[in-house]
Design a protein around this ligand. Structure first.
Ligand code: WT7
Length: 645
């Protein structure tokens, strides 16, 4: 690992909100007296009724987490209405289409009218406070309008990433019991059409509870239409009034559910609430990206992931920022696209994922140098550990050596960024997410749960709450307790391994549970396994991650076929296609190894540790194999291993 240190640029520190001394002072204050600290910073959002209570948290027993819990606010009013007087004509969203010839600017005033109309249309369809609304849209402004329209009337949105399959959509609709879906005819990515309405139609055959589907016309392509259920977005909005008073919401009323994969079972509905989430995303957006009035800020995530929720929509809009929303992909029409968009819209801050950086790095410097990138001031990274080589390329080539990089560590569950540099305050070490944000108390614990005092490696936990933390697993509070608060008593367990160095810098090493991070997206091994065993020819399967040059981690599946079924290249393709169809393209196995048997203990437990080692091509170092029921199984797996790099 690189131990190079890049000092804070003095010209950056001079203009930043926070320099090194101020970081230390504010961080210390936030830890010494969290209630006083958050009582003050909670004021950054507008409250209909101000809070008198700041924090009510217990990480033990039944676990409860409440922030600002007697305050009343509306999240959409904070993201739109309160900006109208001063910046009604300022651009809120710059939308850059998949086609480089297509883009538009939406002002705060225009966004207000759009969101109000949709909010009224939802009310007309019977949507009430607390109802769940499923959003299955591509990267178009209507996705942000839909989220904000829900927030305006107190409905809880559940955004499902457009890359998920009909079956994944079914699970998410059923789990939260939503009776309305907002989708589009088709999405457009890299010149290809994504059949969103057709996917939704397929899903809804299994969701009798869905009575209404609102359809955005994006491409105008031919779609199936169910009379009495399907409505055009533009028609329902045209019929609705352009003014809709925001619903007063308690700080702890739910804002959204977002499904994420875990190590067991089906994806969990991560529940975020209103007040604390907004305070935390707005504050982190301002400080981590050192956002100043007039800056153009671009986060390349999809709104189907938490990064899109917190750092395309809620954080930036709460701050009255100009946020860029990109429909396309990094390498279409060619691999200069990101940099062309930066020049076209004079982007100052650019926030993307290591997997994109590695893919673009492979194309060499020429596509980057085709654009000036003169407007760039700050770069960000999120989603997975960034290898120092990619970090240094990003810094030297994309940022011309003059832009700090904020490597931001966080999770769907954390709502916002927890460990990160502040660009005017933190000397950078390539590959390290560096130091905790204000109010964040990380600790590194060993296998026995003892907290490391000295530098060292272990598992990352958080010993206290912050306002953006998830509150529960929707409909299953026990699963919330079991997943996050039972491994280490009194602490939130992140599922990540980490090293803390002599300077107190955190180096996240990746998941220590059965979760794989594929291109910055989380995939549970159990989900891929159950998709595989659902195939009629598969008897058993075990799935693990392995290092992948571009994706960070790839998906390695061991598959045991049913008796009498012969392995073949064709069957391999069939299984990959099957998983794509069941879950979505992001879950497709990269490598499938035919396994006559899986390594098990005498009590029948699969020894995943061994499977991981073989997948990582570390088969010389399998560790203790004395508990194996049948050691010959391992010899076969090693000699037929698929990853020989
Ligand atoms: C997992 C969370 C948070 C937004 C995107 C992913 C990994 C995330 C970093 C980083 C090292 C990172 C962790 C974490 N991760 N950011 N900067 N450095 N690892 O959200 O799908 O909830 O995944 O992504 O392993 O636990 P997510």
């Amino acid at each position: 690992m690189s131990e190079q240190v890049l000092p804070v640029l003095p010209q950056f520190a001079a203009k930043a909100y926070v320099d090194q001394a101020k970081y230390r002072q504010m961080y210390q204050a936030s830890i010494d007296d969290p209630v006083a600290f958050w009582a003050e910073h909670g004021k950054r959002v507008d409250w209909i009724k101000p809070y008198t209570q700041v924090k009510d948290v217990d990480f033990t027993g039944d676990v409860h987490i409440r922030w600002f819990h007697d305050g009343v606010l509306n999240v959409a009013a904070n993201c739109i209405d309160r900006h109208l007087a001063r910046r009604g004509d300022q651009t809120a969203i710059i939308w850059e289409g998949d086609d480089p010839a297509e883009s538009k600017h939406i002002t705060y005033r225009e966004m207000h009218a759009q969101v109000c109309r949709l909010a009224n249309a939802l009310k007309t369809q019977g949507v009430k406070k607390g109802d769940r609304v499923t959003i299955y849209l591509p990267m178009i402004p209507e996705a942000a309008y839909a989220m904000l329209a829900c927030a305006r009337i107190g409905a809880i949105h559940s955004v499902v990433f457009g890359g998920f399959s009909p079956d994944s959509l079914v699970n998410r609709i059923e789990d939260c019991g939503s009776s309305i879906v907002i989708t589009a005819d088709e999405g457009l990515r890299g010149g290809r059409k994504v059949p969103l309405k057709a996917n939704a139609d397929a899903a809804l055959k299994k969701c009798p509870g869905v009575k209404t589907v609102i359809v955005v016309k994006r491409t105008g392509g031919a779609i199936n239409w169910v009379a009495g259920r399907d409505l055009w977005y533009h028609e329902v909005c045209a019929q609705a009034a352009a003014d809709c008073p925001p619903e007063p919401m308690n700080a702890e009323d739910p804002l959204f559910i977002l499904y994420t994969s875990g190590s067991t079972g089906k994806p969990k509905g991560v529940l975020h609430t209103s007040g604390g989430y907004l305070v935390f995303t707005a504050m982190t957006h301002q400080y981590v990206f050192d956002y100043h009035d007039g800056d153009v800020y671009w986060c390349t995530a999809d709104v189907g992931w938490v990064t899109g929720h917190s750092y395309i929509v809620y954080g930036p809009l709460a701050n009255g920022a100009t946020t860029l929303m990109f429909e396309g992909i990094p390498n279409w029409p060619d691999s200069s696209r990101f940099w062309q968009v930066i020049d076209k819209h004079k982007v100052n801050t650019f926030y993307t994922a290591p997997t994109a950086i590695r893919a673009l790095m492979r194309e060499g410097e020429a596509p980057v140098k085709k654009a000036s990138r003169a407007s760039l001031r700050l770069l960000g990274s999120v989603g997975e550990p960034i290898n120092p080589e990619a970090w240094l390329w990003y810094h030297r080539v994309v940022g011309d050596g003059r832009c700090p990089i904020v490597d931001t560590w966080w999770q769907t569950e954390t709502g916002g960024i927890l460990i990160t540099p502040l660009p005017g305050a933190t000397p950078l070490k390539p590959g390290s997410a560096t130091l905790p944000f204000f109010g964040i108390k990380p600790a590194v614990v060993d296998a026995n749960g003892a907290e490391l005092q000295a530098p060292g490696t272990g598992n990352l936990v958080l010993t206290d709450s912050w306002p953006g933390q998830m509150r529960t697993v929707y409909g299953d509070h026990q699963r919330f307790i079991d997943t996050y608060f039972s491994t280490y008593k009194g602490c939130y367990f992140t599922g990540d391994g980490c090293r803390r160095d002599e300077d107190g810098y955190y180096w996240i090493t990746g998941r220590v549970d059965d979760v794989i991070n594929v291109s910055g997206h989380r995939m549970g091994t159990a989900e891929v396994e159950s998709a595989l065993v659902a195939h009629p020819k598969v008897a058993e399967s075990a799935v693990v991650g392995y290092p992948h040059d571009l994706k960070g981690q790839g998906i390695y599946a061991y598959v045991t076929l049913k008796a009498g079924i012969e392995p073949s290249e064709e069957l391999r393709k069939e299984l990959v296609a099957h998983v794509r169809k069941e879950i979505g393209p992001i879950a497709a196995p990269d490598l499938i190894q035919w396994a006559p048997g899986l390594p098990k203990t005498r009590s029948g437990k699969i020894m995943r540790r061994i499977l991981r080692k073989i997948a990582e091509n570390e088969h010389g170092n399998l560790g203790d194999t004395s508990t194996l029921a049948d050691p010959a199984v391992v010899d076969d797996l090693v000699s037929n291993r698929m990853n020989r790099s």
